[in-house]
Structure formats: C-alpha cells, structure tokens
Design a protein. Sequence first.
Length: 462
Amino acid sequence: MKDKLIETIENNKLRPDDTFRFHCTQCGQCCINREDILLNAKDIFYIARKLGITPEELIEKYGEVYIGHSSHIPVVRLKPVGKDRRCPFLDSAGEKCLIHEVKPVVCAMFPIGRAAIRDADGSGDGTKIEYFFADPKCGDGNEIHTLRDWLDNFGIPLEDEVFRVWQQVIVDLSLACTKLGKILDENKMNLFWNTVLYFMCLNYNTEGDFFSQFQSNMDSLRELSGMTSALPEMVDTGEQPVIKIKAKPVQWNERIAFECQKCGACCRHIKKSVPVDSSDAFRLAQFFQRKETEPVNMEEILCRYADPVLLDKCGYFIYVLKTTGPEDACIFLRENMCTIQEAKPLTCRAYPFFAEPNGSGSFNYYLSMEQTHHFSGRKIKARDWMKRNFSIEDRAFVNENVAVTSEISKLLRRIPDSRKNEAMFFFMKFRYSEYDLDQPFLEQAKHNNELLLAHLRELAQG
C-alpha cells in the first residue's frame, strides 16, 4: 500500500505552477459511497464552530472513530448515511455541500492529494509536502488550473504548517501505539487511545484561536509519544480484559460540574469492573469490626464480597466486587444507597475521577465518562476532590503496588508448575491476608511485598 502511494505520487506529482484539467459539474459522485473522508483537528474545529457545537458533539453526531489497521491510532471519519453511503453534509438533492466554506480539506482539495514525506533518516525537520493529481472519475476537463491557484481558492497554503506538524505527530504516535499494543492489555490500551483522541481532536474551544490550541495539543501528544520509551513492562493478561474504561484526561485545576444524583447508576452493570485491592479489603474489615459484626478479617471480607479474577496465566490475580441481580448491581447497594459509604473501595471514593501512575511517582488524572448524565450541578475541582478521596496513603500504596507488580509477574512466570501451589499460597498470604487491623496499613503492605518477593525469588530459583 505504501509503495503504491509513493508510485502514485511520483507519477502524478504537481509543482506549484503545474497545471491540471478539472471542472466540477456538481454531480455529487465524489460525496457518495464514501467511507474514507477523514477529518483532522482543523476540519473538526471549523466544522464544529460553523454548526455551533463542540468537537465531541460533532464526532458523536456526524462522525465515527476507529483504530487504524496499520497506524494503530484513533482515526476520525465522517459517518456515511443512507443506502448510497453519502456524506452526511450532502444536501437532499445530492448536489451541494451544506458546509462548503469549511468542508474537510480532503474535499476542498479534490482531486488533488498530498502526502508528507520525511527525510530518509526519519527526522521531522526534513518533512516536505508533495502534491499529486488523483483521477477524480467525475466532472470534466473543461477548466485548467494551477496547483497554486487551486489551493488559494480554499485558503490552503502550499507549505501548510498545520498539515506538516499533524503528519509528524501522527507518525510518532503510530510508532508509540504499535509499541504499547505489544505490552498493554486492552483496557489500558483503550485508556491510552482515549487520551490520544482527546488531544488530537477534542481539547479545543471553538470560540478561541485554533492554531495556538493546536500547537499546545501537538506538544502534549509529542510528550505522550516520548513517554513510551520509559514505560515499564506491563502485565500481559493473555485473557479478556477485566475493566474497560471510557474516560478523558483532566487537568489538576480543572473544574467539572458533578453532583451525585443518588440514582445508583454508577453502582449497576459493574460486573468485574470494581477492583478490591488489599487496601480496600483492609478498610472494609475495619469497618465491619467497628460495627461489631462479622466478618472481621480480610480473608472473610474477600470470600463474602469479592470474586477472584485471573489476570495472567502465570497465576496473577486480583479481586473485584461481587454483583447481584439481573442488573449486576454492587453487593453493597440498597435502595440506591451505599451501605458501606465510609469504607467503599478507592474506585468508588474517587468517582467520577481516577488516577493512573505516570512512572515518576506522580499521577495522571482522568474523568470517567461512563455516566455522563452525572455532570450537572455544582462545579468541583479535580484537585480538591482527589485530595479528599485519594489520600496520601492511597497514593503511596498505588505507587508501591506499581513498583512490585512487574517483578511479581515475572517471578510467577519463572516458577515451575510443580511449585505453583506454594507460590499462590504466598501470593494470597502476603497480598491479602497477613495484616493486623489494629496497625497502620501502609507499612504492613510494604513489608508484605518484601516478604512475598523474597519467597517468590526462592521458588523461582528452584
């Protein structure tokens, strides 16, 4: 495919003052049977501005997002409609474009195509733009145009810096996503793709200046691409993903309209989606101990209220909250109220936000988009919400877990099958059992991780 494109460009290349013959007869043929009208950030920005909607609303109503087969990155295209798979902005007569003055650049340039060609060494600074004439298979040849004049008609510069930068960033993101796809499980890959899409197309205020926002978003995507070289090895599940997340990144000082509606929607349809880590089980056991009811130890908590889920064939597993009924509701939900409010798991406490370690001891923050009707009422700052619900101890524990997870997984893979039962015994004991409810949690967690690693290393050595 790449070689064919290069051949097409070389055989039909146009210099600025080269001429070509084409006259649009408004037959509409270039607007039907089309599933390849791709949108870039600039297209999305100006079409959304014309329609008076946000970029996200534009994509939801008129577009589709898919992951490119070869690029491995999110791609946005116009969603074809009707039996003839027409562009959604083609008028009912099939002759005129309803957004002609801001139509996508691929449509504005038609029948001219272009490609960004990097230097042989792959450096971004050497990227040049090549233009070529593509057989339109419609219209007629009654008009003669130069490439320069054709582009000027739609305000497209020959040296289009937006296109050049966009293509450079796309190539880098493609390499990053290809690498991540080999080491991340599906739910983490979806999270990364959501972040990429956010900065590619969604993080724009259409009442502001496009180019300054574009530059800022491209800088963020460059940083995101660069981070992949420092990513640690992740646990390769080899299984179906447990937790799927629909989310977008938020800034530390960002204000979000959110107020609990007490509808219980975020507590339903949560099968295998709310993890119960050792810190959560510890809090629940303390909660029931204070209530002077049974159970009062972590093993019993996990047995009654959680299910183990295998993450990796090597034996690495986590616990998730049990669900009940046809709606897969949380086991602790009663009449749309949480019966363990003061001791609910971290995932629930932090909702609608959650945090992911960024590898430097700090965190990236995200807003869950699973229940968007919640986003009304008073505004809250992500910073204030997370300070209340994601404590210093929570952060330290998450970072501690991240630091040892990769090594635990590697050791479990190395342990021979004949000693797997011993490994699972130590895994369960030190991850979820060996805790004194009357002592501080974090120091016990660190000590238990050290003991677990020591036992696993011994088993792995045979």
